[in-house]
Design a protein around this ligand. Structure first.
Ligand SMILES: NC(=O)C1=CN([C@@H]2O[C@H](COP(=O)(O)OP(=O)(O)OC[C@H]3O[C@@H](n4cnc5c(N)ncnc54)[C@H](O)[C@@H]3O)[C@@H](O)[C@H]2O)C=CC1
Ligand SMILES: Nc1nc(O)c(N)c(N[C@@H]2O[C@H](COP(=O)(O)O)[C@@H](O)[C@H]2O)n1
Length: 283
């Protein structure tokens, strides 16, 4: 077995574990993963796509894709990078029993281009059918929106509607729907806003025994510096806000909506070529 596969199998949760959210509804396991520079950037200036991963860690990412049922990106990434999200780097000899994950795009207002590679690959028989998640908000049921939905469906997408708040789709709504559609494991690749949302979701206060929404974090760190105009991600809160939260507790105010810094334990670090891969579990 390759070093990349051995590493991933050692840090990813077993697929036999049944996962439930705080309301007792089944949800898939979630792996949050991305590549960053030493200065914490995931893209260049104005979001220009960068190849941060070297060949070895990029191959590991393709193995990671093969180990998940679905792969999630935001519409920002879909527009900016026009990704394929497949497992094309895995050698043919190893491809017999694996398949590319189901591509899932978070696209509240159905802005995905009908000529994107995800849809083109599906139409050409070279990829799984993309699922596009949009807002179920009745206010957005305009003629224009219905036309975009029809155009995407005609181009090959399956469109699902889920609740949305301020332009952001509900992560629990997404995960519940994915599990209903037989998705047991989800790999979240980005971009910056989606990483931020999943980090926040993973750090929300939980009931006793309730698992974190994100199970595993796997970050590729490339030995390069992008510079201040590169695109970073944020985890959602600063230490200062935590003291505000403490202050509110003192005042007896509800704190359910306040986020904390995601709690995370390191599980393993490995070198893949020139890159460092850091894996951990949310707790
Ligand atoms: N280095 C890496 O591993 C990766 C880098 N990227 C980079 O990230 C950049 C794109 O990042 P962003 O512009 O932030 O776009 P994004 O891919 O995070 O998509 C954000 C958009 O998705 C929609 N959305 C719907 N529901 C959402 C939710 N619950 N949470 C967050 N977004 C939701 C919103 O319209 C939002 O503007 C690109 O420059 C791309 O190259 C993207 C993926 C991986
Ligand atoms: N692992 C990793 N390393 C990088 O350096 C990256 N830029 C990314 N980006 C992600 O991969 C998507 C492109 O996928 P395809 O090559 O088109 O299959 C891109 O959209 C990001 O999600 N990842």
């Amino acid at each position: 077995m390759s070093a990349a596969r051995e590493f991933l199998l050692s840090v990813l949760p077993s697929q036999d574990i049944e996962k439930y959210d705080g309301e007792g509804k089944r949800i898939p396991s979630v792996t949050l993963t991305f590549a960053q520079s030493l200065d914490g950037k995931i893209a260049g200036s104005h979001g220009r796509q960068l190849t941060l991963s070297g060949p070895d860690s990029m191959l590991m990412t393709h193995w990671m894709r093969a180990m998940h049922d679905a792969i999630v990106v935001g519409i920002g990434t879909a527009h900016n990078d026009d990704p394929q999200l497949n497992v094309r780097l895995i050698p043919e000899a190893d491809k017999l029993h694996i398949k590319s994950p189901r591509p899932v795009v978070l696209d509240a207002y159905l802005r995905l281009r009908t000529d994107c590679k995800l849809l083109k690959n599906y139409r050409d028989g070279k990829g799984q059918q993309p699922w596009v998640f949009c807002a179920s908000d009745p206010e957005s049921a305009s003629t224009e929106r219905l036309a975009r939905k029809s155009a995407l469906e005609a181009a090959g997408a399956v469109v699902y509607e889920i609740p949305c708040v301020s332009g952001l789709l509900s992560i629990l709504g997404l995960l519940r729907k994915l599990h209903e559609c037989d998705i047991q494991s989800v790999m979240v690749e980005g971009g910056a806003s989606v990483i931020n949302t999943f980090m926040k979701q993973a750090s929300q206060p939980r009931g006793p025994g309730e698992p974190p929404v994100v199970d595993t974090l796997i970050v590729t760190v490339a030995p390069t510096i992008v510079g201040d105009d590169g695109l970073g991600y944020t985890v959602g809160v600063s230490g200062d806000k935590l003291s505000v939260s403490d202050h509110l507790v003192l005042l007896g105010m509800p704190t359910e909506s306040l986020y904390q810094i995601p709690k995370f334990t390191h599980t393993r670090t490995a070198m893949m070529g020139r890159d460092t891969i850091i894996a951990g579990k949310f707790i």
